[in-house]
Ligand binder design. Structure first.
Ligand SMILES: [Zn+2]
Length: 351
């Protein structure tokens, strides 16, 4: 057979407008839709994405990145949409996935603050798409990660990518964006928090306000203490077994020598309030463990011992009193109440 001139993009070797158009399109935008997986198999790539310890929205975002399904301007242009491909942030490059993730001024600065700039720069060689770079960064093996001193790299990269897109979108809509240091901080916080909550040892946080047993009311007390002025404030709130408000009060302390004394004064203040209201069975909650233990033991060798004694004798006026330590989170309302006295005069509220 004699040699003849053939058009290689088409199967039969004959030139057609359609095949020429496809060739041109692949030349200009093909890299955006093709994802090189390097040495890993396609299955490994997806397994890696779905096993990432980060929120689902980030995993889905990475999946979209790897399918070049992010509506940045260069991708929209590749779908034949009439848009300016110029980056809306720096106005210097084409708004491609690679550009807004790694090359744009803001993203470079964020990667620098995350101490990953050098490695990102090494991976961002010419003719590489953003998808390839993301995948390569996530595929770095543990030894590389340890050398970099960044054990959370596998989650940090997708989280940073998602956050950069989150900020980049704000530019499209003309919204205010955050500073690069805030973005870097948010990325670190987001990836670290998610890992902690996913750890097998993670436990749901307890310490919310609990209802008292049937027939009891709950008295929450708290105190504030100013070491410089040797002054303080106390607050108390009483709620019934359904959590309904009964009474609350606050008061300032003119002179007080330490925080324990202030906390003991808060208990005495609360018991006084409970007596005024006419409570019979009460559960007293304070977030000061030392004071609660002293009240349970009916003994204290601290400067607050005289007040502890007062509390002990006052408790005999009630049918039954239970002293309990509580977490600060469950004492938040009365904490704010005790602080309020610094802004307004002492008050008492009754239902
Ligand atoms: Zn840019």
């Amino acid at each position: 057979m004699n040699d003849f001139i053939a058009w290689s993009p088409s199967k039969n070797g004959i030139f057609s407008i359609r095949s020429a158009y496809e060739t041109e399109w692949n030349f200009r935008f093909g890299a955006l839709t093709q994802v090189s997986t390097g040495s890993s198999s396609p299955d490994d790539k997806w397994k890696l994405i779905w096993s990432l310890e980060c929120p689902s929205k980030i995993r889905i975002f990475i999946w979209r990145v790897l399918h070049a399904a992010i509506p940045c301007r260069a991708v929209l242009a590749s779908k034949h949409m009439k848009v300016k491909v110029q980056c809306p942030e720096c106005k210097m490059g084409s708004d491609s996935i690679c550009h807004f993730l790694f090359e744009c001024q803001r993203s470079s600065e964020v990667w620098r603050q995350l101490e990953l700039y050098e490695i990102v720069k090494r991976k961002c060689t010419k003719y590489r798409s953003g998808e390839e770079v993301v995948l390569e960064l996530m595929h770095m093996d543990d030894s590389d990660i340890n050398i970099l001193g960044c054990p959370k790299l596998r989650e940090m990269v997708p989280t940073a990518a998602w956050y950069l897109w989150f900020e980049h979108r704000k530019v499209y809509h003309g919204d205010e964006t955050q500073t690069t240091s805030r973005i870097a901080l948010a990325i670190c916080g987001l990836s670290a928090n998610f890992r902690i909550t996913c750890a097998p040892t993670a436990k749901p946080r307890t310490g919310g306000w609990d209802k008292p047993p049937k027939g009891y009311v709950k008295l929450n007390v708290d105190a504030g203490f100013d070491q410089d002025l040797l002054q303080g404030s106390v607050g108390a709130i009483i709620r019934d077994q359904n959590g309904q408000f009964i009474a609350a009060a606050n008061e300032s302390i003119d002179i007080c020598y330490d925080s324990h004394t202030a906390e003991a004064l808060a208990v005495r203040f609360g018991l006084n309030l409970a007596r005024t209201v006419g409570c019979s069975k009460i559960v007293v909650n304070s977030d000061n463990l030392k004071i609660v233990e002293a009240l349970k033991d009916e003994f204290s060798s601290s400067a607050a011992s005289a007040i502890i004694d007062d509390c002990f004798f006052m408790s005999s006026d009630f049918n039954h009193v239970i002293f309990e330590h509580c977490f600060r989170e469950s004492n938040q309302v009365v904490h704010e109440l005790s602080k309020l006295v610094n802004l307004s005069s002492p008050s008492c509220w009754m239902d």
